[in-house]
Structure formats: structure tokens, C-alpha cells
Design a protein around this ligand. Structure first.
Ligand code: PGA
Length: 263
């Protein structure tokens, strides 16, 4: 069945701080086995292992020519230097990483990354010819107080500040309401669509219609195989950023194949 719009959906698995490199190899092998070339014609798939597992997963993907994109969960904004414990965008490029998550709510909340930091990281990713997946999303209090749109709008405008329309057209924004991450609570398809449509209208305002129409917007927050088809049927939802459910390759493959389960 046709997807809701012309943009090719991107389904990304954020493995977070899970899997040692042996488990990561097993997971990517099982996932590759569960997807076939017909699936990749309909959907782009990326996996985001920890830094220590990138090389192992890259080797599996390359050896068997598997069209799953390799992604990272974070990056440092500087190109090199005295930043103990950090990893630069160029190091990721050399491992064939093509997508990098920046500004995940866990990074924003636990590692105090503000919109300025997210902006610098997004620029570093773009400068190294990779695609940032820029995460935005409101907390429960912000939603309850009616301020969700303002918060998300500010995150989008500031996290992408100074980028030109061509850069914005090529990137991915992940709308992840903080209250839905890892909680089993998913935004309703209607609420998720409303916010994603708002994000796209803001991008139109700031960078023009061509950029807004090309940009892919993912929804994230407790996405499961059972909830993915309804979410991804929405006009402005072009993919999913999946945490917990991406650790199970069979479940994640069903999410990637949401088209087979369209409502
Ligand atoms: P979740 O995580 O699917 O476990 O809610 C999503 C995310 O944090 O990207």
C-alpha cells in the first residue's frame, strides 16, 4: 500500500546503551535476515549502536552488502583535540556512519545539552557529510500547561539556526514527546500528526516550502509494531525513531514493514 506522502520513510533503531559487540553482531544479523530487498524499496532503515559496536556492525553490513544505514547516537562538535572521552564526526564518517542522532532528550536532560550545543553538533555532522537526526519534544508538564508547541518550535528554530535551506531539506527531525519515551505511552496518531504538521509549517516559514516538503520528520516514543502503522499513515510523519522495540530484531523488522499492516 502507498505511504501517506512522497517522502521515503526512515525507520531508525536507537539501541541506546544496550548490547555488547557480540550481541550487536547477532542483532544486526537477525535484522538483516528479517528484511528483504522489496522492503528496502519502500523504507530506509538505520541502526544506531554504541560507539564501541559501530565497527562490528559496519563489518557485518559491508561483508553482506546489507542496505541498512549505520547511525551513531551522539557526536562531539569539535573536529579533534583535547576532549577526553569524546568522538568526532570525522571518526564516524570513516566508519561509514551516515546518520547521527543529536539532541536526544536523554542527552538534553542527563548531559545538559541545550539548543546551542545541539546546533553545533548538527553543523559538525553536516560538515562531515552525514545526516543529523535532530530530536525535539516537550515534557509532560509542558504539554499539560499548553506550551508544547512553543517548546518544540523553539527547539526546532534554535537547534537548526543558521543552516541554509538546502541543509534543512536533507535532514531529519525526530519529534519525541519526552513523556512517551520508554514509558509505553505513545502519542495518539492525531496528536503526533498535529505536532509534526506544526514543525513542517514552521520550517516552511523559516526555510521555505521546498525545504519543508523534502525534510523527513520522524515520530518517536514507545513505537511498537502494533502502533507503527497508524502513526506512519499520518501525512506529516515520515518515519520512526525506535528505542526499546529496536532491541528485538523481529519486532523492529515488523515496524520497518509497517506498510504491510496499514490500517
Ligand atoms: P522508546 O525510545 O521507543 O524506547 O520510547 C525512543 C527514543 O528514545 O528514541
Amino acid at each position: 500500500m502507498a505511504t501517506a506522502n512522497a517522502r521515503k520513510p526512515l525507520i531508525s533503531g536507537n539501541w541506546k546503551m544496550n548490547h555488547n559487540h557480540f550481541e550487536a553482531i547477532q542483532t544486526i544479523q537477525k535484522l538483516a535476515y528479517a528484511l528483504n530487498s522489496a522492503d528496502y524499496a519502500h523504507v530506509d532503515v538505520s541502526v544506531h549502536p554504541s560507539f564501541t559496536n559501530l565497527r562490528s556492525v559496519q563489518t557485518v553490513l559491508q561483508a553482506d552488502d546489507i542496505p541498512i544505514a549505520l547511525g551513531a547516537q551522539n557526536v562531539h562538535m569539535a573536529s579533534h583535540g583535547a576532549f577526553t572521552g569524546e568522538v568526532s564526526a570525522n571518526m564516524l564518517t570513516k566508519l561509514n556512519v551516515s546518520f547521527v542522532i543529536v539532541g536526544h532528550s536523554e542527552r538534553r536532560a542527563l548531559f545538559v545539552e541545550d539548543n546551542e550545543v545541539v546546533n553545533e553538533k548538527a553543523r559538525a555532522v553536516l560538515a562531515a557529510n552525514m545526516t543529523p537526526i535532530v530530536c525535539v519534544g516537550e515534557t509532560l508538564e509542558q504539554r499539560r500547561s499548553g506550551g508544547a508547541q512553543d517548546v518544540v518550535g523553539e527547539q526546532v528554530a534554535h537547534s537548526l539556526a543558521g543552516l541554509d535551506a538546502e541543509m534543512v531539506a536533507g535532514l531529519v527531525i525526530a519529534y519525541e514527546p519526552v513523556w512517551a519515551i520508554g514509558t509505553g505511552e505513545t502519542a495518539t496518531p492525531h496528536d503526533a500528526q498535529l505536532m509534526c504538521a506544526y514543525i513542517r509549517s514552521l520550517v516552511t516559514e523559516l526555510w521555505g516550502d521546498a525545504a519543508a516538503q523534502a525534510l523527513r520528520i520522524q515520530y518517536g516514543g514507545s513505537v511498537k509494531a502494533a502502533t507503527a502503522p497508524d502513526l506512519l499513515a499520518q501525512a506529516d510523519i515520515d518515519g520512526a525513531l525506535v528505542g526499546g522495540a529496536s532491541l528485538d530484531p523481529a519486532e523492529f523488522a515488523r515496524i520497518a514493514n509497517f506498510r504491510l499492516y496499514q490500517p
